[in-house]
Design a protein around this ligand. Sequence first.
Ligand SMILES: [Zn+2]
Length: 506
Amino acid sequence: MIRLFDSLERKKIDFQPLEPGKVRIYTCGPTVYNFIHLGNARPLVAFDVVARHFRARGFDVIYVRNITDVDDKIIKRAAELSETTAQVTGRFTEEFHRDVAALSCLPPTIEPRVTDHIDDIVALTERLVARNMAYASEGDVYFSVGNFKPYGQLSHQPLDELKAGARVDVGEKKRDPLDFALWKAAKPGEPSWPSPWGPGRPGWHIECSAMAEKFLGQTFDLHGGGVDLTFPHHENERAQSQGAGGEGTFARHWMHNGFVNFNGGKISKSDVSMRVLFERAFKLRIVIARHGGEAVRTFLLTTQYRHPINFEVELQGDDPATAPLRFPGLEEAERRAEYGYLTVQRLRDALAQGKPSTEESPVAPEAEGWLARLQESLDDDFNTPGALAAHGEALALVNRILDGKLAAPKDVKRRTLERLERDLRVAASELGLLEAEPAAWLAEHRQRRCDAKKIDPSWVDSRIADRVAARAAKDFARADIVRDELKAGGIEIMDTPRGPSWRVTD
Ligand SMILES: [Zn+2]
C-alpha cells in the first residue's frame, strides 16, 4: 500500500486509485522562456520518483506534464531577443529536455503544449461561461470566484483573507479583485487565436485544467507541483475544473514538493549580490556542468520531497560576481554517486570472473532485506532518504564481501553477489540512480574532476604506463615512486581485473 501526504486533506492517506491498477498523474511543466534552475528541478525529480515507484508497484502510470508555450514572460523575452515567441519556446523546450534528461528523469507519458490545445481551452472557458462561473468583459474572460464556494480550500486560506490580499492590475476589467483571467484579449503584436470573445490568448491557469481533462479525464488521481504553485495557480485550476465539472471532479489528491532554499533563505530580489550569486550558482545547466546530473538528482533525493532543502553556496572570496564558488551539498552527492558506480563496476568485474553459481546455494542474510526496506520507504510518502539509506547498505555489503570481510563459504558469497547485482538494478530503476554504464559514467566524472583541478589526463596515463613498465621490470622501488608522485598530485591508482585505473581524489 502506498501512503502519501495529501496537501488538500493535510494528512497521509492510503492511496486508492480511481481505476484499479492505473494511476493518472498531472504535474505543471515549465514555461519555456529561459533555462531552468535548481528549484525547478526539484518537482521534476520528485515526481519522476513517484511515477517510477508506482510502476515498480505494478501500476500502469499515465503521467502528463505540460509545456507552457504562451505567456507574458515568453512575449517579453521574445521582444528582448528580437525573436518570435515560437523561436523562443522552441529553443527553450529543447534546452529543458536536455536538462531533464541529464537529471535521469523519464519522459512523461504525454507532454502537451498549450498552443496545440487552444480549442480545448476555449471550449472549457465556454462551459464556464455557460455555467455562470465566468463572464466576458471587453474581450477578456474572467473566472467569477464569488460563484465558486470552495475557493481557498486547497491553499487553506479563508476567503476574506484572500479578498484582503487581492488587487486589480492595470488594464484588467474584472468585477471583483479575486477574479482571474481565463482568456486575455489580444494586444497589438502579441500571438493570438480566434475565440467567441474575439482574438486573444489563454490565461495560465486554464491551460492546466484543459489539458489535464483532455488526457486524464474529468477526474484523476494525483496532481503534483511545487508548494509555490499552491496559490493561486493550483487553487485556480481546481476552481475552474470543479466549476465546469462539479464537486468531486478534478484531482482526487494533491502533492506539493518543498522549496530549494538558496543559502538558507528565499532569494530577495532587492539584494543585488544575492541576485548575482543566484545567476551564477542556481542555474541548473551550471551545476550540472560542474557536478553532473546524477549528483544533482542524488542531492535532491537526500531530503524527502515535502521538506525544504538547503542549497549552500560557498564563496571563495569577497566579490559575488567573480569569486570562485563551491557547492558542498553537490560535492557530497557527487562523491556518493562515484562511490556507487565504483562499487557497481567492482561488483560486475568480480562476477565476470568465474562461473555463475548454482541455484542451490543460499545468499547471505545481509543481502535479503534491504530492497524491501528501500521499497517500503518509498511506499511511505516517497521517503527517499530512507530509500537511499537502504541502497547505501547494499553498496557497503558489496564492498565488504569483495574486501573479504564477510565470513561465508565461497559459493554463498558468489550467489550473494549475483543477487546484489540483480537487486541493485531494480533499485537503480526505482530511484533513477546508478543506471548508467559504470565505465562511461566514471570516465565522464573523471574528466569533470580533471577539468576542475587542472589535471592533464594524458600526463597521468603516461605516468601509469611508466609504473606498469617498472613493475614488469620488477623495479618495484620505481613503481612506488611513481605511485607516490601521483598520489601527491591528487591521483589514486586502482588495480582492477582490467588493469590499472585511476581516479581524482578530493
Ligand atoms: Zn498547472
